[in-house]
Design a protein around this ligand. Sequence first.
Ligand code: GAR
Length: 210
Amino acid sequence: MTGQQPFRIGVLGSGKGSNFVAIADACAAGKIPAAVAIVLSDVDSACILEHARARQIEARYIPPGRFRTKLDEDAERAFLEALRSAQVDLVVLAGFMRVLKGEFLRAFENHIVNIHPSLLPSFPGLESWKQALDHGVKVTGCTVHFVDAGIDAGPIVGQQTVPVLDADTPETLHARIQVAEHELYPRCVAAVARGEVAVSGRRVVWKAER
Ligand code: GAR
């Protein structure tokens, strides 16, 4: 929290935006002591932008540039400028399918969180629910973590487990993981907004532990 200003969140997403909806609704209900100031997407048609506009939250598409898995320099600058002019305290990645690099990470060091659909460090990367099914694990889940230069590798804020059922398809398992995500992510973002967690080396320390 900066002075009397409410804690301000900037959300980045590429897809349907169900995690954004869970977080925005938790802010509106007072469960997260923060406001979503801006939503940015690298995908023009992403539903996350519509969900934001329906909630009267500023929403912008920013073209990602010439790369497939990361932002190019101009795009990175445009994302950063938008977040800075919205005076964002925390960047929340909600299904943002590009890797953030150098200048972006430095600008918001320890102030970017992500949700990943597995119990990290298991199954980083894409379609983690399929990886879980392929490995035959009996339990998977989701992880909220601070973002660093590694892929799905930063300090872990929280995790929630989800059972894998014999009859699961990739779709049914991902749907069950998403139910858990919508509980876990608002809880973790609330803890960050309240200043209850801090990064210490590779770990997240909760205030009570310090
Ligand atoms: C979520 O399941 C999230 O964990 C995943 O994308 C989905 C976005 O859903 N993110 C990743 O796989 C990042 N590596 P949403 O658009 O409905 O929030």
